[in-house]
Ligand binder design. Structure first.
Ligand code: ADP
Ligand code: MG
Length: 762
């Protein structure tokens, strides 16, 4: 088990690596995974978890702190009640941080524009496009620029100076360190040539200062960070929407009176009244009244669902017109909504395997870039001096040194994967598609075979008894009575078909004893001392009763499932059960085919029945009459053929097969356990959502790859360009000012590309 924390103070992708490595050095910490995308840390411990304060103390010298996660703040990680803060805390703080950044940005932008103007005039003047700066102007600029640069570096650029401090004090360097060194070197050099102008005059061009570089680079980087932070907030708004689904109060009956109480005072067993239009405060079961409830916010299903006594309702859904009373069954961290929030939060903070390379690169990036920058400077001095002279080489060398440090920031690299994953997981949650982690999303986009369960996935899962073939001396009614008595105890969908039939016909249920489920075959029990069996052909084969399956072939080839009722000697009757194909199934399978995905149906049901259903639904391959324990082996054998398999099932008796598949997809709310074990949970159990989830994964992974490509290209091309590698051939050398601009927009463009995915249709 791990704990999730919110991390404050991260400003770049390499921060995540620094925190991870620092935490892992502690013996108590088993593993640590820090995500720059949503600024969380997942930490697991060898024994008792370290307190949040201790953790915070560990990372504090490096400039970070730990806080409890949003879900934990709501009491959803611990066994507390949900205390709804309305809007998540991290967002409030982020907004304050952005406001602060923006006011600094506003102060520095006029300075940057002024510096660019001076710079431009200088260059254009030297090229004789405009009259050169007169000595009065030069003098003015000479005095005003240092003042402006001092403000920019020490006020707006403070985080970068702290980066240098931490580098010197603790030996930890992050992106802030690089920017800090770059801008400080430019500043200090300019200061020195001004202070020792007289004595340096004979060696170097003292006219050329770099105060403008300090100002413009810091302004651009602040601009970039502002844009990045603003878009990053938007990537994570799915959690906020989910948090806002939580009701704040509940109308309960206490001592015979209706009173409104805060949500965290609700206890299990409370009777809660739900008025028209009200939000369901906790999970429960309806005890009185009938109404339709809008569950679209959880399941993505647009039609309100009928609720009557006995049906479950979930916190966060909204009542339509009726009034109902229900009993609170699950509160606080136990509700489905709480599970969903926790899961989305975890998934958004998880790392996709594709990110590993980017992480490795960011981890070693800072020291390597420092070395590259120093080597670049050295190369300019050694190789440049004989050709260009000392003064000019020093000037180019410094330009390159600062340029490399600025352009090399792999911020975009660190944002490429997480931002797309955050958007994807959030988008999924909105559609009722719960994704366990980023790894699942990455695997899902490679799936080429989808294995589905027949009952409940392809068919409605609500079979009906359509025909009785009586092979005994007793009346139909007597047979139904026997069978219904047996089936009454079973949970199989077939059982409810029989039970419902008996209930509608008001056929009496007998007491049974020695009830036993015969896995994958049916069941048996005794009534008045006589043993009965009910199930499929395999069960009858076991009993070694002579039985010609010609009797059923006509029916099974029409897609009906036979339930054979027998004693140990005789067949009493055959009950034919039919389960209609889901409306969406045929269309969804066509869509899967369009995605070049093969669909295999796996079922314990009769071969002919399964074949018929498969043909109707357009399924490519049928594996029928499989025992539950063999489902896993079937999945394995498909995998051994080199396929990547997703398996969709109800998650109850299919758990091992779901676990074996590369991606296990649980259909329907099922149990909490099913949600936690499956890679993907489709809350409304609709096969069309299965198609959506595959499309979503493909879309997100395309976004991730685009982001990674651009981030890599940017760094790969940027460093040699800034270092002046192309200078001897083409005369190319970019000013640190442009390095700053490129660096600001690389992160922004990556985050924007991820945000773009939000608007795309599934
Ligand atoms: P599936 O979920 O694909 O139906 P199961 O292993 O649950 O697979 O069941 C396999 C077969 O066993 C069913 O198709 C049915 O023929 C028979 N069976 C299982 N449970 C019952 C039951 N309660 N009553 C009658 N037949 C049953
Ligand atoms: Mg089943």
């Amino acid at each position: 088990m791990y704990e999730t924390y919110r991390v404050k103070g991260m400003h770049c992708a390499s921060c995540a690596g620094i925190i991870e490595r620092t935490l892992k050095k502690r013996p108590e910490v088993k593993s640590a995974e820090v995500n720059y995308g949503n600024e969380t840390a997942k930490v697991s411990f060898n024994s008792t978890p370290l307190s949040i304060n201790t953790l915070s103390d560990i990372v504090e010298p490096l400039g970070y702190s730990f806080e409890s996660s949003d879900a934990a703040a709501m009491g959803m990680s611990e066994n507390k009640h949900a205390d709804h803060p309305g809007i998540n805390q991290s967002k409030k703080e982020k907004l304050a941080e952005i406001a602060d950044m923006r006011s600094k940005l506003i102060s520095v932008i006029p300075l940057a524009i002024f510096s660019i103007f001076v710079m431009g005039w200088d260059i254009l003047g030297q090229l004789n496009y405009v009259p050169s700066q007169s000595s009065v102007w030069k003098d003015f600029f000479h005095h005003i620029l240092p003042l402006m640069a001092t403000y920019t570096l020490f006020v707006v650029g403070k985080p970068y100076l702290l980066g240098i401090y931490r580098f010197i004090r603790y030996g930890k360097a992050n992106m802030d360190t690089l920017i800090g060194i770059g801008t400080t070197v430019a500043y200090v050099y300019s200061f020195i040539i001004a202070a020792f102008e007289e004595s340096l005059k004979q060696y170097i061009n003292v006219e050329h200062s770099y105060y403008d570089v300090t100002i413009v680079v810091i302004a651009f980087i602040t601009l970039g960070k502002c844009l990045e932070a603003r878009s990053k907030i938007k990537t994570g708004d799915a959690i906020e929407k989910l948090l806002n689904l939580q009701a704040k109060t509940a109308l309960v009956i206490r001592n015979g009176k209706e009173i409104e109480i805060p949500i965290n005072e609700v206890i299990k067993g409370d009777q809660i009244i739900l008025k028209p239009g009200a939000k369901v405060p906790v999970d429960g079961v309806v005890i009185e009244g009938i109404s339709f409830i809008d569950e679209s916010m959880l399941t993505g299903e647009p039609m309100p669902i009928e609720k009557k006594p006995g049906t479950n309702i979930a916190a966060g859904t909204i009542n339509t017109t009726g009034t109902i009373t229900f009993e609170a069954k699950k509160i606080g961290s136990e509700t489905l909504l709480a599970h969903i929030i926790k899961m989305v939060e975890d998934a958004q903070g998880s790392k996709a395997p594709i990110q590993a390379l980017a992480d490795k690169i960011s981890a070693v990036f800072v020291p390597i870039v420092l070395i590259i920058a120093l080597v670049t400077f050295g190369a300019w001095m050694v190789l440049g001096t004989p050709v260009l002279g000392f003064s000019q080489s020093l000037s180019y060398g410094l330009t390159s040194f600062v340029g490399v440090l600025i352009i090399a920031c792999p911020c975009a690299l660190g944002l490429a994967t997480p931002t797309a994953i955050i958007v994807g997981v959030g988008k999924g949650a909105k559609e009722g598609i719960l994704i366990k982690n980023a790894e699942t999303l990455e695997k899902l986009h490679k799936v080429d075979v989808v294995v589905v369960d027949k009952t409940g996935t392809i068919t409605k899962g609500k079979p009906e008894l359509v025909k009785i073939k009586n092979l005994s001396q007793q009346s139909d009614e007597d047979l139904v009575s026997i069978l219904a008595s047996l089936e009454n105890r079973s949970e199989h969908p077939i059982a409810s078909a029989i039970s419902n039939y008996a209930k509608n016909k008001q056929i009496q249920i007998k007491t049974i004893e020695g009830f036993e489920i015969i896995k994958g075959k049916g069941l048996k029990a005794k009534i008045a001392g006589k043993e009965y069996f009910a199930g499929n052909m395999k069960l009858i084969d076991n009993l070694s009763i002579d039985f010609n399956d010609k009797e059923i072939i006509d029916e099974t080839s029409k897609g009906r499932t036979p339930v054979i009722l027998a004693t140990s000697q005789n067949i009493l009757g055959i009950f034919l059960v039919a389960d209609a194909i889901k409306d969406m199934a045929v269309e969804s399978i066509k869509k899967l085919h369009a995605l070049k995905i093969k669909v295999v149906m796996l079922t314990g049901d009769n071969k002919q029945t399964a074949d018929y259903i498969a043909k109707e639904a357009g399924i490519d391959e049928v594996i029928a009459e499989v025992m539950p324990e063999d489902k896993l082996k079937k999945i394995q054998s498909i995998q051994n053929e080199g396929h990547i398999v997703a398996m969709a099932g109800d998650g109850i008796n299919d758990a091992p097969a779901l676990a074996q598949a590369d991606v296990g997809i649980a259909m329907g709310t099922g149990t909490d356990a099913a949600i936690e074990t499956a890679g993907i949970t489709l809350l409304n159990g609709d096969i069309s959502k299965l198609v959506s989830s595959i499309k979503l994964s493909k879309m997100i992974m395309t976004g991730v790859k685009q982001n990674l490509f651009w981030a890599f290209i940017y760094n790969l091309a940027g460093i040699p360009l800034a270092a002046g590698l192309f200078f001897p051939f083409f005369g190319w050398l970019i000013s640190p000012v442009f390095a700053g601009l490129a660096m600001a927009f690389s992160s922004f463009s990556v985050v924007s590309n991820s945000l773009r995915l939000k608007a795309k249709k599934l």
